[in-house]
Design a binder for this molecule. Structure first.
Ligand SMILES: [Zn+2]
Length: 273
C-alpha cells in the first residue's frame, strides 16, 4: 500500500506534469472507482484544469481552477497514477483515463479496486480532512505535538502509528522501520514512553519519512510512481520483510516476525526495548 512517501512522490510529479493543462476528455472505465455519478464527475472536470495539488496523509487533493471544486484521489491498496505523453494502451486494471489538451494522458489503474476518485465541494473536503490526524510534513507536527498525541493512551506503539486519526500517512512498512530506528518495541504501551523515548520516536519518524521521500518511496508489489518506475527506498529497509535475516545493527539476533495490532510486524528483540 502506498504510504506518505509514495503519495508525496506522486504529488510532486503531478505538480510538474498536469497543473494548468486543460482536461479535454475523461473516460470512466470502472464506475465503482469514482464516488460520484459518472455524468457529474465528467461534467465537473471536462474543459477545466487543475490549479493546485496538495496532500494529507495518503490522500491527494486536486483543486479545480474553474469551479472551486476538488478532486480527491486515494490509492488505497493497489492504486496507481501514470502520466503518459504518448498514447499508451489501456491496461486490464485501468479504471479512469484523463486526456489533456496537449494529448498527454493520466491513467488511474487499480487492480484490487479499493482506491477511489471523488469530486467534492470545499466544505466536504474540509470535513474529510478534519477526520484525519496530523500529517508528518505539517509544520505543527513537533515533538511536543507527538508527546501530547501519545500520552495517556493504553495502546501499543504499532497500532498508534498506524492509526490515521492520530498521525496520517504511516503504513506497515514505515511503522516497522520507525520503531527499529527508535529502538522501541512495537508492542510498547505509548502512554508509558518517557520523554527521551518519545524524542527518539519523533526523530525516527522525521528521518525515515524524509529519507523515503528523497528515494521516491518503497516498492514491493504494486507501487510505481507517475513515470511507471519503482521506488528506491527498499535498499534502506532494516526490518520490513527481513525476518530471519541477521539484524543489521547488533549482528547478533535475527529479525523476528510477530503479530501486533493485527498486522505482521518485524523487529529485533535485542535492539528494541
Ligand atoms: Zn539487533
Amino acid at each position: 500500500m502506498p504510504e506518505l512517501p509514495e503519495v508525496e512522490t506522486i504529488r510532486r510529479d503531478l505538480e510538474k506534469k498536469i497543473i494548468g493543462k486543460k482536461i479535454i476528455d475523461i473516460r470512466v472505465i470502472q464506475k465503482n472507482s469514482i464516488k460520484n455519478s459518472p455524468t457529474y464527475f465528467t461534467k465537473t472536470l471536462k474543459n477545466n484544469s487543475i490549479k493546485s495539488i496538495t496532500r494529507k496523509g495518503k490522500l491527494l487533493i486536486l483543486k479545480i481552477k474553474e469551479n472551486e471544486k476538488y478532486l480527491l484521489i486515494h490509492l488505497r491498496m493497489t492504486g496507481q497514477i501514470l502520466c503518459c505523453d504518448t498514447d499508451i494502451k489501456i491496461a486490464k486494471n485501468t479504471r479512469v483515463v484523463f486526456t489533456f489538451n496537449d494529448n498527454s494522458q493520466l491513467f488511474f489503474n487499480d487492480t484490487r479496486r479499493f482506491g477511489y476518485l471523488q469530486i467534492t465541494t470545499e466544505k466536504e473536503k474540509d470535513i474529510a480532512l478534519k477526520k484525519m490526524g496530523i500529517d508528518i510534513l505539517d509544520k505543527n507536527f513537533t515533538f511536543k505535538k507527538l508527546k501530547s498525541l501519545l500520552k495517556n493512551r493504553r495502546r501499543n506503539l504499532k497500532s498508534a502509528l498506524l492509526d490515521q486519526k492520530i498521525i496520517t500517512g504511516i503504513g506497515n512498512i514505515y511503522a516497522d522501520e520507525i520503531c527499529f530506528k527508535a529502538r522501541l518495541q512495537p508492542n510498547r504501551i505509548t502512554g508509558e514512553l518517557n520523554d527521551k523515548e518519545v524524542k527518539k520516536l519523533y526523530n525516527s519518524i522525521i528521518k525515515i519519512i524524509n529519507l523515503a521521500i528523497k528515494n521516491r518511496g518503497t516498492s514491493f508489489s504494486d507501487y510505481i510512481d507517475s513515470n511507471g518506475k519503482k521506488g528506491n527506498f527498499s535498499k534502506f529497509l532494516k526490518v520490513y520483510q527481513k525476518e530471519k535475516e541477521t539484524c543489521q545493527n547488533c549482528h547478533k539476533k535475527s529479525i523476528k516476525k510477530i503479530k501486533v495490532a493485527g498486522r505482521a510486524t518485524r523487529y529485533c528483540e535485542n535492539c528494541q526495548k
